[in-house]
Design a protein around this ligand. Structure first.
Ligand code: 13P
Ligand code: SF4
Length: 311
């Protein structure tokens, strides 16, 4: 039993013993964000994973992120506190179905959101994250036809912003899909001067109300630099932890779901990781990410293109 263990000091002790680095996403519980060596958005976390000289990467995020770390750093041990930490976007896009979609559109390139399996990355030409998508799409000639998966809301946002007509895979993030426009309008009426920051995984009817649209790091940066003292945050509410640390004098309100509060917008996959599971993963070096080498090399090509084009 783990009862009675001081998890914070035990995790720190194991981290030293294992020469591990703890990478955490902004959607993790506050105590995990606080013990992480680095907290960032998907692009920053991939870069950190590629550059680290630690022997072990303890990835506190979801499985596709830990897989990305393994693709970029194959000689490191990559552990994930809970192997069931998936993603609704990944689940919406089985590789066999995605291969059919590609085959139906042979004159299109596949631009693919990083929220997908290694097998789907291997079938793609260029990966994007929400913070790199705009830079990357602006480097692709307008006449080039594109299929974009698996997030139809991010794809739709890019189509509208860049005047493209990418064919969209019909996946959604269940977390961002759950914001209620009616409740958001009510909240805005209560805080008429508060800007709204939204993640591009939100549906268009939420993005339409946003003063700023960007990745988790982009939204955090906006929170630091925005005018005024109150911000409505239309993304997973655990990011508010970093905002409150960075600018404690400002007020951050999570955008509501249909029940009028932001609790239904907690990512159930991200929430599977706990301090107990992180401790056990560091102690046992399990659960661990393993990838077939041929698949890894194919997936790495599209990820490398992202890293080149994003910089
Ligand atoms: P970013 O951190 O890249 O904005 O991604 C958000 C997300 O949904 C990760 O699952
Ligand atoms: Fe997937 Fe959405 Fe959770 Fe991110 S927030 S891991 S996109 S389900």
């Amino acid at each position: 039993t783990l009862t009675g263990l001081d998890l914070v000091s035990e995790i720190q002790r194991l981290k030293k013993e294992r020469n591990a680095v703890i990478l955490g996403h902004y959607y993790q519980r506050p105590e995990i964000q606080d013990i992480a060596d680095f907290v960032g958005d998907s692009l920053e976390l991939s870069r950190r994973a590629a550059e680290t000289d630690a022997d072990v990467i303890a990835f506190c995020g979801v499985r596709f992120m830990a897989e990305t770390a393994k693709i970029l750093s194959p000689h490191k041990i990559v552990i994930l506190p809970d192997m069931d930490a998936g993603c609704s976007l990944e689940d919406s896009c089985p590789p066999e179905k995605f291969a059919e979609f590609r085959a139906q559109h042979p004159d299109h390139i596949a631009l693919t959101y990083i929220n997908c399996s290694a097998a789907v990355k291997a079938l793609s030409d260029i990966i994007v994250t929400s913070s790199s998508a705009e830079t990357i799409i602006s480097q692709i000639p307008p006449e080039q036809k594109i299929i974009f998966g698996p997030d139809r809301h991010l794809g739709g946002y890019l189509n509208r912003k860049f005047g493209r007509d990418m064919l969209l895979w019909p996946g959604v993030c269940i977390v961002h899909e759950a914001f209620s426009e009616t409740e958001l309008i009510k909240l805005k009426a209560q805080h008429p001067h508060a800007p709204v920051a939204a993640h591009p995984e939100c549906p268009a009817h939420i993005i339409d109300h946003a003063d700023y649209v960007g990745s988790t790091s982009g939204i955090l940066n906006y929170a630091k630099t925005m005018p005024g003292d109150t911000l409505i945050v239309a993304t997973e509410p655990h990011i508010i932890h970093q905002m409150e640390k960075a600018v404690p004098e400002k007020t951050f309100i999570g955008a509501p779901g249909a029940d009028g509060n932001c609790n239904c917008n907690i990512c159930p996959y991200m929430a599977l990781n706990t301090m107990e599971k992180l401790y056990v993963a560091l102690r046992d070096l399990s659960p661990q990410i393993h990838l077939d080498e041929e698949l890894r090399l194919k997936a790495k090509k599209s990820l490398d293109r992202m890293l080149e084009m994003a910089s």
